[in-house]
Write a protein that binds this ligand. Structure first.
Ligand code: HEC
Ligand code: HEC
Length: 175
């Protein structure tokens, strides 16, 4: 008699385990079903055209389509949170830049993900305490950057280490 009860109890236990397993599978299956809708909206949070741009193509497009009217410093010295899509539309609407949709998407992708160089960070951080960067863009190609930087330090009191001065001069001369 005691043996039958034990067998019955075991059978009950096994049944209970089976039910528990089924419910937990049911639960995790339910979770998997619910997960995708939460993740899907993320890509559309990207501002802009919605087209996915290609970074490498964007770099080429910037060199080809963005430097006809002003040089790279106008672009690369912009603050980090710049609305690049807005800037690109502004170049088209206000200034007459001609860009295909693909170029716009590529340029936006490239500029949004580009990390500023050390010299660009220095200029953004150290040259804008007294004036904005317009004076830098307004200089002609033949400007003597060593002399300009020396003047900033000696006459105006800009605080730069010799290394920082050299890095900034090298960067500005290259552009
Ligand atoms: C047809 C001429 C032209 C082309 C091409 C052009 N720009 Fe401009 N851009 C201008 C003018 C004009 C200004 C305003 C004057 C200035 O600040 O030098 C300007 C200003 C800017 C500024 C500063 C905006 C601000 O609000 O301070 C940025 C950034 C910029 N351009 C980026 C770009 C990028 C990126 C491209 C390529 C997609 C581009 N430009 C192509 C003419 C052009
Ligand atoms: C301590 C203040 C100060 C700092 C920092 C400073 N400048 Fe200047 N800068 C001036 C003054 C003052 C002028 C002359 C008046 C003006 O044009 O606003 C000037 C003018 C300029 C000009 C116009 C050309 C000229 O020779 O007058 C350029 C270009 C320039 N600065 C670049 C820079 C760069 C690049 C940096 C960063 C390395 C820098 N400045 C940092 C104060 C400063």
């Amino acid at each position: 008699m005691g043996r039958t009860i034990r067998i019955l109890a075991l059978a009950l236990l096994a049944g209970l385990v089976a039910v528990l397993m089924l419910t937990s599978i049911g639960c995790s299956a339910g979770k998997e079903d619910a997960a995708p809708p939460v993740e899907t909206p993320a890509p559309s949070e990207e501002p802009g055209s919605g087209d996915s741009g290609d970074n490498a193509a964007g770099e080429d497009a910037v060199a080809g389509a963005c430097t006809g009217c002003h040089d790279m410093t106008r672009i690369y010295l912009q603050p980090e949170m710049t609305d690049w899509y807005g800037i690109i539309i502004q170049m088209e609407d206000a200034h007459g830049a001609e860009l295909t949709d693909q170029e716009k998407a590529d340029i936006e992708a490239f500029l949004a993900s580009r990390q500023p160089t050390v010299a660009e960070q220095l200029i953004r951080g150290k040259c804008t305490t007294c004036h904005d960067t317009d004076g830098i863009y307004d200089q002609g190609d033949d400007v003597d950057w060593d002399a300009v930087l020396q003047e900033m330090v000696e006459t105006h009191g800009a605080v730069l280490t010799p290394q920082e001065q050299a890095d900034i001069a090298a960067y500005l001369k290259r552009l």
